[in-house]
Design a protein around this ligand. Structure first.
Ligand SMILES: [Mg+2]
Length: 258
């Protein structure tokens, strides 16, 4: 078997969680598996919808610093002795593409905001005064918002969104967890057969693709769409939740691990 050289893990619900009384469970099994794999040379990338500052907050939960943080489903940062360093060519292009997208989508975003205000209870999420995402009251409400957005998206070229449970972020269609992982692989010279990817929610679907990662897994708490995708691609649907499920998946690949 080809050795794993790159692990792309979603954070919330995959690397940590589930939550009990406001506290995220951290799997000792996963901590051990990751340490053993990294000792063998595998690189760890957190591939998340979190921003970099929320990754830092999240890492207070988990006793290991990743080699890479792929943040807000689109940017790449490498951990160095000086802290996080952006993969500048990719992040700069990503910024330029989003600047252009949000300019072109200004009218559409204003209409989306009116729809949310008048017909939904969801909250708008803003950055620098610009509508960048939505937070629904519950999954049912987000299901309806997604139905509405699917009809609207085609009005502006490359206008898209990423959904993670009740959270949604608007984005350029080219950027998602799959393309950002591919960009990292290209820069590191790592192949899909050397890559493991795991996630639990809708925004993970683009990286749960054998063209990007040939070792796929999801924890038992994943949404049905994720389980179905992982199964269809011959990946592993764990019967344990969160990090315990991911440790289970890694031990299937490496039975002798740690
Ligand atoms: Mg998740």
């Amino acid at each position: 078997m080809t050795d794993l050289r790159l692990l792309s893990l979603d954070f919330d619900g995959t690397m940590v969680g589930p939550w009990l009384e406001g506290k995220a469970a951290v799997s000792e099994e996963l901590v051990k598996c990751l340490a053993a794999l990294r000792k063998r040379g595998a690189l760890l990338a957190i591939n998340t919808g979190r921003s970099l500052s929320l990754v830092d907050q999240g890492m207070e939960l988990f006793p290991a610093i990743p080699d890479f943080a792929l943040t807000t489903e689109r940017e790449i940062f490498r951990w160095t002795k000086e802290g996080w360093e952006p993969f500048s060519d990719w992040n700069q292009q990503c910024d330029r593409d989003h600047e252009q997208l949000f300019t072109e989508a200004a009218l559409l975003l204003a209409e989306i905001e009116t729809y949310i205000l008048n017909e939904r209870q969801a909250r708008a999420y803003r950055e620098y005064g610009r509508l960048v995402g939505l937070i629904a009251q519950n999954d049912d409400e987000m299901d309806r918002i997604v139905e509405y957005l699917r009809l609207q998206c085609s009005r502006v070229a490359n206008f898209s969104f990423q959904r993670n449970s009740i959270y949604l972020r608007f984005c350029h269609a080219v950027y998602h967890k799959g393309s950002v992982l591919k960009a990292l692989q290209t820069r590191l010279g790592i192949q899909p057969q050397e890559t493991f990817a795991a996630g639990d929610n809708f925004n993970d679907l683009p990286m749960l693709d054998p063209g990007i990662a040939q070792h796929l897994a999801c924890p038992s708490n994943s949404v049905e769409e994720v389980k179905e995708t992982v199964r269809r691609h011959g990946g592993f649907v764990a019967d344990l939740a969160g990090g315990d499920g991911i440790a289970q998946a890694l031990r299937r690949i490496y039975p002798q691990l740690a």
